[in-house]
Design a protein around this ligand. Structure first.
Ligand SMILES: *[C@@H]1O[C@H](CO)[C@@H](O)[C@H](O)[C@H]1NC(C)=O
Ligand SMILES: *[C@@H]1O[C@H](CO)[C@@H](O)[C@H](O)[C@H]1NC(C)=O
Ligand SMILES: *[C@@H]1O[C@H](CO)[C@@H](O)[C@H](O)[C@H]1NC(C)=O
Ligand SMILES: *[C@@H]1O[C@H](CO)[C@@H](O)[C@H](O)[C@H]1NC(C)=O
Ligand SMILES: *[C@@H]1O[C@H](CO)[C@@H](O)[C@H](O)[C@H]1NC(C)=O
Ligand SMILES: *[C@@H]1O[C@H](CO)[C@@H](O)[C@H](O)[C@H]1NC(C)=O
Length: 345
């Protein structure tokens, strides 16, 4: 009896660290091919310091949309062992429509309510290793002769651990284009995003999870702001309601709302520089995005489960006509001010 317990201890001691490290260093599978049909020769660097140090210095332009399509989604692992919790990695997918010799993918944590989120709250490991914090970074370098490489360039990797309700800034840099794309990614509670995780915690398939999507902000276009949602893994017909509010000193104003119906996965809207709140949720009869306090208390109003993103636009994202109108109104205001001040004196 004691023997078998000890055997179990030894097995646990041997296998537990393996389980953890297997989750920590995720293998990369090259997918870009040559005209010959062979897989291209790829150097994949997962050392965050080496990767970060290789990113071109100096100000980088924003890439045009023709260079590549980039999507983010959840990659869920439900471990078989009982001592490892289910987790979600961020799947980063880059489809390059022209030759990209180097792709750099960097994750920066912006906000995390969960103290266990070590990307955000515990930089002990990178500091011990390199003397300072380096954000997680991956470098995909094509060593094959560019003439032999068949388009598209494909980068797909699910490596960065995601924590519910956190906000992450993703920096994607391309060489030789020397340009960069930036995105903000967030997710709801992990059990809310993935029905299989909810099932893992509550062994009852009838349990309703109140699903809501992973949400990505794409501010890379000068004329629009785009937002992308992921689809419901248990029902690919789910419609998602999106609402975007602009923050002002004296409150907030709804500037955009729409419903994303499959197969669509994104919305785009014009917005001026400022601070915003965005919500993505599945609307049903019994719930609302906003309830007043009394109705909440007497339970006549229930708040829909949602995904929340908080963001700031440092520049206007307006159409040419809107920009001209903005300049026109600014000039008119200034002229009025001049005339008024002349009249007053
Ligand atoms: C769990 O076990 C099943 C069957 O043994 C296997 O197919 C699956 O890959 C395992 N999953 C993990 C995360 O190890
Ligand atoms: C931070 O991470 C290190 C290494 O993983 C660990 O030893 C330490 O306890 C962590 N600190 C906190 C405050 O969680
Ligand atoms: C989950 O529930 C089913 C039937 O209700 C049962 O057969 C199964 O053993 C349960 N699994 C776990 C991990 O509790
Ligand atoms: C929100 O999700 C929970 C489960 O996470 C569910 O019990 C509840 O009914 C959902 N609420 C609404 C309004 O859908
Ligand atoms: C939705 O799911 C059903 C069943 O899983 C499948 O037959 C159908 O092709 C899917 N539709 C789309 C648009 O993915
Ligand atoms: C929202 O953004 C403000 C700054 O604009 C920040 O202080 C706050 O913590 C953010 N909240 C969340 C939930 O991200």
């Amino acid at each position: 009896m004691i023997m078998s317990y000890c055997l179990a201890c030894i097995i646990l001691l041997i296998f537990l660290p393996v389980t953890y490290s297997a989750a920590a260093d995720c293998p990369f599978v090259p997918q870009t091919v040559l005209h010959s049909g062979k897989i291209a020769n790829i150097l994949f660097e997962s050392d965050s310091k080496k990767c970060t140090d290789s990113i071109p210095h100096g100000p980088l332009e924003t890439c045009s949309h023709e260079v590549a399509d980039i999507t983010f989604g959840p990659d869920v692992t439900i471990p078989n062992g009982t001592n490892v919790m289910p987790y979600i990695d961020l799947n980063v997918n880059v489809i390059g429509h022209e030759f990209i010799s180097d792709i750099f993918v960097q994750l920066e944590c912006l906000y995390a309510p969960n103290k266990e989120n070590s990307y955000c709250h515990n930089h002990t490991t990178p500091i011990l290793k390199w003397g300072k914090n380096y954000w997680p970074c991956r470098h995909h370098k094509i060593l094959s002769n560019p003439n032999e490489v068949k388009l598209p360039i494909i980068y797909e990797h699910a490596c960065f651990r995601m924590h519910g309700l956190s906000h992450y800034q993703m920096h994607i840099t391309f060489v030789p284009q020397n340009c960069r794309l930036q995105y903000t990614v967030t997710l709801p509670h992990d059990f809310q995003l993935e029905p299989t995780i909810a099932l893992h915690y509550k062994n009852d398939s009838s349990w309703k999870t109140g699903w809501s999507p992973m949400l990505t902000l794409d501010p890379n276009d000068k004329e629009f702001v785009r937002m992308h949602v992921t689809s419901n893994p248990s029902d690919n017909k789910t419609h998602i309601t999106m609402a975007v509010y602009q923050k002002f000193k004296d409150g907030t104003k709804l500037i955009f709302d729409d419903v994303v119906a499959p197969p669509d996965k994104s919305i785009k809207f014009h917005a001026s520089a400022g601070d915003y709140h965005a919500f993505a949720y599945v609307k049903h009869q019994e719930c609302r995005l906003i309830c007043n306090k009394q109705d909440l208390e007497i339970q006549t109003c229930e708040i829909c489960n949602h995904t929340y993103l908080n963001f700031t636009l440092s520049e206007n994202h307006l159409s040419g006509a809107q920009s001209l109108w903005k300049i026109f109104t600014t000039i008119m205001t200034y002229l009025m001010y001049l005339i008024l001040s002349k009249l007053m004196t």
